[in-house]
Design a protein around this ligand. Sequence first.
Ligand code: 8YV
Length: 335
Amino acid sequence: MADMAADERLRVLVARRLFPEVVERLGAHFDVDYRESDEPAEPDVLAARLQGCAGALIAGTERIDAALLDACPGLRAVCSMAVGFNNIDVPACTAHGVLATNAPGVLTETTADFGFALMMATARRIAEGEHWLRAGKWTHWTVDLFAGSDVHGATLGILGMGRIGQAIARRGALGFGMKVAYHNRSRLPAADEAAVGARYLGLTDLLREADHLIIVVPYTPETHHLVGAAELALMKPTATLTNIARGGVVDDAALAEALRERRVAAAGLDVFEGEPSVHPALLQVPNVVLTPHIASASLPTRRAMANLAATNLIAALTGGTPPTPLNPQAAASRR
Ligand code: 8YV
């Protein structure tokens, strides 16, 4: 008689359209319910699709909270292809015995490249100049045409000094001769500070001293509106602000006002409160570069992110060790 257990394959949901080879990898281990959609899976859709599933591969757009976990008692692992995990209630996952994983490391350098590019585009007014040229307004050279501020030699202020913050620090210090200052929940070991000549500052001093402020903190209740009207008021009127972290870390309405009044020279934003909606006042000011949350979007990196999520999911459900767990104790409690 055939061994029934050997034929029983666990079911997993792939919540978004992904790279076919990643779905195929999962298909070698599981019955895959492939939701081949580019729309984020809303909570009710997600809960319905997860019935009978032991695992899910999600992006940063799917919300995993206690209500969803209550509705999906068979769920054992949720693996995200994003590094940021503000969409996942990790303590609730732990309480439900669900292993949660994210995707750190594989996107660090790509995201740092983009942060630096956005900061440079902002400082050097690249988008403003391009729109103006396309509008047919270029008739002659003028001495201060789209004159911005220098990046080389300036003070780079990094708010959030995790992997991506440190990769940005290296680019600034070693490539552009910038003076690097940072603020972080915890100070780096002296050797790591020395590697990029980074100075630790309190938040107030960082805001006051930075010529170019770049924000890379995770979004948590503590970092909600970490940069609001009062903090923007501390910045130099010649300074730029770049946010590649999460919408909600910056108060977008206050930023739009500061940009409109030129109390901050310019901003580069890849993330927004309530994205994909963008605060209408930000769309009205010329001195802001706006991009649609694409900091990690190189093809090799997006493939690596999806593959890391798949590796986590396969390990979590086949008795292996997931490489990047958020709550390893959840897996341990099942053994
Ligand atoms: C993702 C991100 O593109 O990894 C993150 O935290 O913000 C981005 O790299 C996005 O979250 C995927 O859903």
